[in-house]
Design a protein around this ligand. Sequence first.
Ligand SMILES: [Zn+2]
Length: 136
Amino acid sequence: MVTLEQMTTKEEQIICDMCKKEIPKQLPNSCTPGYAFIGEDKKICHACCGEMDKKTMEEHDRIALYLVKKDGKSFITNWPGTLSIRVSHIREGRHNIAGKRVTVWFTDHRNEQWYGINYGDHTQICHCRKMKGRKE
Ligand SMILES: [Zn+2]
């Protein structure tokens, strides 16, 4: 016999479409959901989100990530923070339209060299591309 309470709990369960593990609906002490949407209605957990972002980097040589500062150091991360790469070099410049242009360089999980560009002061989005063997 299934009680109403059990049914409600079951309904609220979210299963990751990639690893099939149960995802907490909300992270403790935060209003961030414990999952990300991919495609139309697929949900994946934060860990898989990091794996997927790595795969995107391997397959497409370009990805949009976030440029964040922590303890005075700069990192390239995905939104749940399950992918986090220390920036090895950073250069700030001016941009006609956005005002500020920040270029960063970093090394990915396969030891490939990447650079990323972030425009303006109002967004952390960093457009990253793999460097094709050459040094800039
Ligand atoms: Zn997962």
